[in-house]
Design a protein. Structure first.
Length: 364
């Protein structure tokens, strides 16, 4: 039997940093103290899905450095970083990031606290952190995108309902759970990354959802081959849109946890019908500052429209015999959360809420 070295999981600034702990009490960045070492039985990285493109002609070995005739490129795949805890008692969890992001957002917080990947590892789940095609470590693309150097931090900060930018300063919504400080914001903005196949300069989010869905489905099939278990898919924002399509390409999705997805699938669409056919339980999570009553939150009404699509989906899905819930965190007594609830100061409270939903609604 193959023996694996046992390491604790520590996510630092998007890189996987490994250090052997002796089970002693330590203090993490941001002042978080942990008395229990998180022991990892196995970890690794692999790519899944994608395609191979080839140029015309015959490769010229004599001019190997400049010749591009008859050449191939491996493109449009997903890249997966995985960790399996020593005591894996729950289903695998696959995390799919949103627009302008990579898997880094699940691994840590801008102020250096534990991210959701470590929290769910502690709950006994293996975690499989995806960089979707044309993003992060899966940047090889079959279509040429355009980059831009036009600044946009203030736009996204406002869109994400953290606060806004007034009189030359970033503000925070009243009661915000987002960690504060210049250093924190610096780390937050530096986790953003472009899509290599998108017209970033034009501002159009022309992301190929089918390419993303097929690649992540291939990753989920690979996870099933390795573990013999179906996987819980956790999506965020833009990642939620191809997330609904993924069950069209795999039979191994156990449930979907959609964190403020771009939209819910339309009733009677192919994605909706496939979810219903496979009897996949679904839950939506929305934070605070959503609704027309938040007149000082510019993006509140837009997110209200997004959340309304979840209500429409859930009403139809449950009437048709499916299982779907919409969680508005303020209704649960959990307030102050923005679009990045998994990086907020109370991210552990929300992770516990999700874990409880899994235990009550997902067949193990």
């Amino acid at each position: 039997m193959k023996q694996h070295r046992k390491w604790p999981a520590m996510a630092l600034a998007g890189a996987l940093a490994l250090s052997l702990l002796a089970g002693c009490t330590g203090t993490q960045a941001g002042g978080q103290t942990s008395s229990d070492a998180l022991v990892i039985a196995e970890q690794g990285i692999f790519s899944a899905g994608g395609t191979v493109i080839q140029s015309d002609g015959i490769f010229d070995v004599s001019n190997y450095y400049t010749s591009r005739e008859g050449s191939t490129s491996h493109v449009d795949h997903a890249n997966v970083l995985y960790q399996i805890p020593e005591e894996a008692t729950g289903l695998p969890m696959v995390f799919l990031h949103g627009y302008g992001q990579s898997r880094m957002g699940w691994m840590t917080t801008p102020d250096g606290r534990e991210g959701w990947s470590d929290m769910f590892l502690r709950d006994g789940h293996s975690v499989w952190l995806v960089d979707q095609p044309r993003r992060g470590e899966a940047g090889q693309t079959s279509v040429a995108g355009t980059m831009t150097t036009t600044p946009s931090d203030q736009t996204w900060y406002t869109q994400f309902r953290i606060g806004t930018h007034l009189d030359g300063e970033f503000t925070y919504n009243e009661g915000s759970q987002f960690p504060q400080g210049e250093g924190v914001l610096d780390q937050f903005f530096r986790q953003m990354t472009p899509d290599t196949g998108m017209d970033n300069a034009g501002g159009d989010q022309n992301i190929d959802n089918e390419v993303v869905a097929r690649a992540v489905a291939a990753a989920i099939d690979e996870i099933y081959e390795r573990t013999g278990q179906n996987a819980i898919l956790v999506t965020h924002s833009q990642g939620g849109i191809p997330g609904w399509e993924i069950p069209r390409y795999t039979d191994h999705v156990a449930a979907i946890v959609a964190i403020e997805p771009g939209m819910a699938p339309e009733v009677d669409s192919e994605a909706y019908n496939e979810l219903l056919e496979q009897d996949i339980p679904v839950t939506f999570y929305y934070g605070d500052y959503i609704g027309e009553e938040f007149t000082d939150v510019p993006a509140a009404s837009m997110w209200s429209m997004m959340a309304a699509s979840a209500d429409t989906f859930t009403e139809a899905y449950t009437a048709a015999g499916g299982s779907s819930t919409v969680v508005h965190l303020p209704d649960e007594g959990i307030t102050g959360n923005d679009h990045f609830m998994f990086q907020d100061l109370n991210n552990d409270v929300i992770a516990d809420h999700i874990e409880n939903w899994i235990q009550e609604n997902v067949e193990q």
